[in-house]
Design a protein around this ligand. Structure first.
Ligand SMILES: NCCCNCCCCCS
Ligand SMILES: [Zn+2]
Length: 664
């Protein structure tokens, strides 16, 4: 199934007709440079082009009042003076004779996208629209927005397609207060937004944009605000918030549709955001959402005002929607203190609503809300430029890296009697021993067969690292022997950093290393004594890998942050016999791990578990994992044990931090 692209140059045919410094950045070129970049890169040809349509009155009234719609209807016939007059009643927005038409097309584009995804015509898609939508409210235009495209789309998806739970992820750098107001008492729509806030000193300066606005009444817990109280936030800050707040809540919410308020003013170079996250981060943010809701994801453009980083970010997003390999995340480091403060506040505000956050630490002593009050009391403009703000002055960043698809998406080494699933290519390697193993043969290694197997593994790994092969699936008769053979003094010129994810028991792990060439993460029911090796992470779940809630929490809260920080060049995923992991969870894990090492994940399974070859192949080929069934709540003891493990590891692994304690 493909990726929809919705764009029409009609939506470029309105602009600011008078002088207004607050609005001059919202120009038609935003759309043309984005679309032209998709055309130039060949990405638009790989998408399914879907035409926009005008939203009907009834559809617009899903999120707006009649009087507001009637008022906007009059704008095409207004003189310039009337338009200026009409605009004055709203904030930071402008009207134009053609903006009503474009606003209907923008909302209609979002609806076309929802229809295309919900009817299975495409898997996912993006709508390049203007005017944006997330600031517009029931009876007011605001922040360049006229109709709330994504809010209308969410209501429409529920009403027309019977969607039960909609997740809205707003990665625009502004708080989409219009979306928050629309759904704050609605438990069927989870609204998640991060936004530049600076303790309420940044536009739209709303008290209710802070982390303690968690939703109202039945909607309590279904509104998640992450305030950025400093500029200059980087990739690490964005990813740690996703891993420690958004993803656990999103998986527990278990949506059947994901809508993205895809604003790119959160990228480096943007005059509004003044952040430092690079455009390739949107490849990862998109990827992390693509295994929710069976892959049904609709991205709708919101903001983005730097005409260089905007098209780059759009291309990174579309390339991921199309299933291309991800770039290795550029030089991650520890989240900054301010981000950790926000992280801790959001997690503690939501711990009572989400079982995955139940073990989160309390609000920090120096609570950032007191800073909000103090700063609000200071007279304007006294805050001198902090060091982070100077960081935002940097406006240079590298072109996002190429992301070529390997000629063979997935290769497999299977015994003769196991059929090769469609899409997998049988790996043919020369029968002679891999040169790296010849030495082992000399000191009289006993088991010839094991050596041949390892030799073919090494050959496949080599072809993955030269990007001739994307991922690999290997069935072997004895998985322990194969791991021993392959990992025992792993040849350093074969691979320099391999992440081994072992699902299930594995008795003797005496090939572990402490030099960092291998990070070994094991999820099982074995309670290993306190490990002292930074590169061996035993995660134990009382009920083992069949406990989906515990498993997903271990993956999201521990494995993902570790993998981002470790940044492997190869991922080796081992499923040991009798692990008990269920196939949909297994597919979720594969989907998430494909985001690392440019998609070079090698799966090892035992031949007597060949029943799992189909689901494994499907996930390795990039097909979305089926939605996890309603997750049972996280086991109390497991939750506490995972939290203790995270606390113990966070000194060595900065991406595991979730509180600001102990940071300088
Ligand atoms: N700096 C001037 C304050 C107005 N800024 C409005 C930004 C609207 C963004 C929509 S994504
Ligand atoms: Zn914005």
């Amino acid at each position: 199934m493909g990726t929809a692209l919705i764009y029409d140059e009609e939506m470029t045919k309105y602009k600011l007709l008078w002088v207004d410094p607050a609005c001059k950045i919202e120009v038609p070129e935003r759309l043309t440079v984005s679309y032209e970049a998709l055309v130039r890169s060949g990405l638009s040809d790989r998408c399914v082009s879907i035409p926009p349509r005008e939203a009907t009155d009834a559809e617009i009234l899903l999120a707006h009042s009649e009087e507001y719609l009637e008022a906007v209807k009059k704008t095409p016939y207004m003189t310039l003076e009337d338009l200026k007059e009409f605009t004055l009643q709203y904030g930071d927005v402008y009207f134009h004779p053609n903006i009503y038409h474009c606003a209907k097309l923008a909302a209609g584009s979002a609806l076309q996208l929802v229809d295309s995804v919900m009817t299975g015509k495409v898997r996912n898609g993006i709508a390049l629209v203007r005017p944006p939508g997330h600031h517009s409210m029931r009876s007011a235009a605001n922040g360049f927005c006229v109709f709330n495209n994504v809010a209308i789309a969410a209501q429409y998806a529920k009403q027309k397609h019977g969607v039960k739970r909609v997740l809205i992820v707003d990665w625009d750098i502004h708080h989409g207060q219009g979306v928050q107001y629309c759904f704050e008492d609605d438990p069927s729509v989870l609204y998640y937004s991060w936004h530049r806030y600076e303790h309420q000193k940044f536009w739209p300066n709303l008290r209710e944009s802070d982390y303690d606005s968690v939703g109202k009444g039945n909607g309590a817990g279904f509104n998640v605000n992450v305030p950025w109280n400093k500029v200059g936030m980087e990739n690490s800050d964005y990813l740690s918030i996703f891993c420690h707040v958004l993803l656990p809540v999103a998986y527990e919410f278990c949506p059947d549709l994901v809508l993205v308020c895809a604003g790119f003013d959160s990228a480096i170079g943007d005059p509004e955001g003044e952040m430092c996250a690079t455009p390739d981060i949107f490849a990862h943010l998109t990827h992390l959402l693509m295994n929710l809701a069976g892959g049904k994801l609709c991205a709708v453009l919101e903001g983005g005002y730097n005409l260089t980083s905007l098209p780059q970010s759009v291309c990174q997003t579309v390339q991921t929607l199309l299933g291309d390999p991800l770039p290795q995340p550029a030089g991650l480091r520890s989240p900054c203190k301010s981000a950790l403060e926000s992280l801790q506040c959001v997690r503690s505000a939501h711990r009572r609503y989400w079982s995955f956050l139940k073990h989160a630490a309390n609000q920090p002593s120096t609570d950032i809300s007191t800073k909000r009050i103090k700063l609000a009391n200071e007279e304007e403009g006294k805050t001198e430029m902090a060091v982070e703000e100077r960081a935002a002055e940097i406006k240079e960043w590298p072109e996002p890296p190429e992301r070529p698809s390997p000629p063979v998406r997935c290769a497999s080494l299977l015994p003769e009697d196991v059929a090769c699933p469609d899409g997998l290519k049988l790996f043919s390697s020369s029968k002679d021993l891999h040169p790296l193993l010849a030495s082992k043969l000399q000191n009289g290694a006993d088991d010839q067969d094991a050596l041949i197997t390892v030799s073919r593994l090494y050959a496949m790994i080599e072809k993955m690292l030269t990007n001739e092969i994307g991922s690999g699936l290997v069935l072997i008769s004895d998985i322990s022997a194969a791991m021993m053979g392959a990992l025992q003094d792993l040849p350093s010129d074969l691979v320099d950093r391999v992440l081994v994810v072992c699902v299930g028991k594995e008795k003797d792990l005496n090939y572990l290393t402490t030099d960092g060439k291998m990070l070994f993460v094991q999820i099982s029911d074995e309670d290993k004594e306190k490990e002292k090796n930074k590169y061996f992470i035993p995660v134990s779940l009382k009920k083992g890998c069949s406990d989906t809630a515990g498993f997903i929490q271990a993956v999201l809260g521990l494995l993902l942050p570790l993998a981002y920080e470790y940044d492997p060049t190869l991922v080796l995923l081992v499923r040991t016999p009798g692990s008990g992991v269920d196939d949909s969870m297994w597919q979720q894990l594969i989907g998430l791990l494909l985001g690392f090492a440019k998609g070079h994940t090698l799966v090892l399974m035992q031949t007597n578990e060949k029943v799992h070859v189909g689901p494994t192949a499907s996930a390795l080929l990039g097909r979305p994992a089926p939605p996890l069934l309603e997750l049972q709540t996280l086991d109390q003891e497991d939750g506490e044990a995972l939290e203790r493990l995270r606390e113990r590891l966070q000194t060595d692994w900065k991406m595991l931090q979730t509180t600001s304690e102990g940071t300088e």
